[in-house]
Design a protein around this ligand. Structure first.
Ligand code: SAH
Ligand code: SF4
Length: 343
């Protein structure tokens, strides 16, 4: 069976013509239904029953089925546990900001990178998601909530640049006019720092925002919390970031989860300031979300303020990320883990 939601309109048009002898307008009709988020060929009411049957013998429509849904009582943030055809599950979160709805999409089932503070990283890796399965998360959320999503962050489960080809295909599909038409300027991609792939991404010249999960000012601390740092040390990573900024003229965001007593001293802030000085960038400070079994605790507010002040001296702007969905474990990986513990 072929995964019809992973096609672009030109690809589907070609295949319909060459293999099914169908005219271009049929491909367009079917594609319109797919981008409206249908989950079954029978919903395509302007297509004959016979053709719907034929299509469903050759193709399947990727769907993200809602297994669990949690709604924050504080801020209406919604967290989903979705399942796919093979029963694998991932999490997505929908946040309502003033400028519209933002969805946090997963790109893999699990993750290979093993960051010590991350619930997903602690659970191991199962498989990559197809482009269609990333799109399906958006469709399911939109249909369930009766909304249009305007912004996407690839900050759910998984390392997007470790599933490079599928993520690139997803980005092209989701931003295309025939599809969900969410512009690259409304998309952020977060990576733990796969340096070779950052150079590849740079060549694509996309208008998206690159977020880099730094979380430490030096190799000693970073290697302790992020094993990927042993493969790609900080100097190499920041060299790639500087190169990326020059080539794309886009500002990079650095994510910095503040962990009490681990990476939040004034000395850490000064070292970070030294390293980032002169780069077109912004630092997002995130009070670490305590994950069971890690023993990590959030830094005090006083530490956050001190970081902002010290980074400012080096000309680096930093802000503390607003916490949404605090009551529903909105940081990814935690709901899936809870669900598997309950089984
Ligand atoms: N794999 C990618 C994207 C998914 S993780 C990456 O690591 O960048 C999305 C963000 O959540 C990353 O910045 C990650 O470091 C951060 N994160 C993971 N666990 C966290 C936790 N317990 N508290 C705060 N941030 C966390
Ligand atoms: Fe993977 Fe990102 Fe979690 Fe690290 S923080 S384990 S890269 S999902």
């Amino acid at each position: 069976m072929k995964d019809i939601r992973s096609y672009s309109l030109p690809e589907l048009t070609d295949e319909f013509k060459n293999e099914l002898d169908l005219p271009a307008f049929r491909a367009k009709q079917v594609y319109k239904w797919l981008s409206d988020g249908v989950s079954d060929f029978d919903e395509m009411t302007n297509i004959s029953k016979e053709l719907r049957n034929n299509l469903s013998n050759t193709y399947y429509i990727s769907v993200a089925t809602i297994e669990k849904k949690l709604v924050s009582v504080y801020d209406k943030t919604v967290k989903y546990l979705f399942s796919f055809r093979d029963g694998e599950t991932v999490e997505s979160v929908v946040m309502n900001y003033r400028h519209g709805y933002t969805i946090c999409v997963s790109t893999q089932v699990g993750c290979k990178m093993g960051c010590t503070f991350c619930a997903t990283g602690q659970g191991g890796f199962s498989r990559n998601l197809a482009p269609s399965e990333m799109l399906a998360q958006i469709h399911s959320a939109q249909r369930d909530l009766g909304i249009r999503i305007s912004n996407i962050v690839l900050m759910g489960m998984g390392e997007p640049l470790d599933n490079y080809a599928n993520v690139l295909k997803f980005l092209r599909l989701v931003s295309s006019e025939d599809n969900l038409n969410i512009g690259m300027r409304h998309i952020s991609l977060s990576t733990c720092g796969l340096v070779d792939r950052i150079y590849d991404l740079e060549k694509e010249k996309l208008q998206l925002t690159l977020s880099v999960s730094l979380h430490a000012p030096n190799d000693e601390i970073r290697s302790r919390t992020m094993p990927v740092n042993k493969r790609y040390p900080i100097d190499e990573l920041l060299k790639a970031c500087r190169h990326y900024v020059r080539a794309t003229n886009r500002r990079i965001s650095f994510e910095y989860a503040m962990i009490s007593g681990v990476n939040d001293s004034d000395e850490c802030a000064r070292e970070l300031g030294q390293r980032l000085k002169g780069m077109l960038c912004h630092v997002n400070l995130i009070p670490v979300n305590p994950v069971k079994g890690t023993g990590y605790r959030k830094s005090a507010v006083e530490r956050q303020q001190s970081f902002i002040r010290i980074l400012g001296k080096y000309g680096i702007t930093a802000t503390v990320r607003r916490t949404l969905g605090a009551d529903i474990n909105a940081s990814c990986g935690q709901l899936r883990r809870k669900a598997s513990e309950e089984k």
